[in-house]
Design a protein around this ligand. Sequence first.
Ligand code: UT7
Length: 325
Amino acid sequence: MSVRRSVVAGTGAYLPEKIVTNADLAKIVDTSDEWVLERTGIAERRMVADGETTSDLAVKAAEAAMAAAGVTGEDIDLIVLATTTPDYTFPATATQVQHRIGMTRGAAFDVQAVCSGFIYALNVADNFIKVGQANTVLVIGAETMSRLLDWTDRTTCVLFGDGAGALVLKAGEGDGTSADRGVLSSHLYSDGRLRELLYVDGGPSTTQSTGHLRMQGKEVFKHAVTNISGAITAALDANNLKPDDVAWFVPHQANKRILDATARKIGLKPESVVMTVAKHGNTSAASIPLALHEAVADGRVKRNDLVLLEAMGGGFTWGSSLIRW
Ligand code: UT7
């Protein structure tokens, strides 16, 4: 049986120039390099310059992904951009990217699922391709998390970073089996009852201000390992695959301890885990495409490799995706 598949044609990423180390943060809050490294695996993160916006990062990542895929703005039918730190409440950041990459047709919109945003955006893009509504889609995760942080709260401000990653999906054909190239499946979940554990205390309809990120880290940690493991098991089961079949595990990068615990629980090979949290921190919706691009650019991810993605974030939202590269 011939089926439409969304095949990855190119990846790209962009990180702002400024590096902020744990020692830099220890000058503004009561923390230490030792605490942050030991509890999270984060050594440094990037931070945007004054005036640099989410769409600035997104455009650079998108241009790199389009160059890798050999397409221009005129070839793109749709942009799905995941962010929780848009340039403006409206219009969608995706439409600003659309304008700046020379795309004058098609559609562009944002997806808001916080740290799971890229998994959600990828699923939306895949469905547009599968039903034949688009052939070439730009999927972007871009964040300026530094603008949402309370820089007096040491329990959150040491965890996050800024950056953007993107990929181009192109319509392809497959047999409908897990040997096909492209997105094999996506599993999305949310549970609005747990809002208080991870949220922003502002917004246009409540405080008419942007607000700051608030998190009960220990509680989020407990839910993260359970939820992520469930989403991974669902992905493998849906495709009749085993943990050993996964060539590369590219998780949302929140905390090295969460990733290690998840890989151990599922039985994923430790050498298959792509880990960028040490240098990027938690870049929310940007973390998966940033990590993915790094593993593609350095030659780890090769054609036909099975790549497993997962994320968990505010909402709660969580999910997984399996891609045959
Ligand atoms: O991407 C969205 C999903 N988010 C996540 O997955 C985050 C999940 N949570 C985590 O990654 C971890 O829970 C944290 C890294 C946030 C915290 O690690 P923890 O091992 O759970 O530490 P804790 O919150 O239990 O705090 C332990 C101690 C506390 O002191 P007391 O109460 O034991 O005296 C904190 O006040 O560490 C203290 N602490 C700090 N100390 C130095 C909290 N933040 C800091 C800090 N520097 N930055």
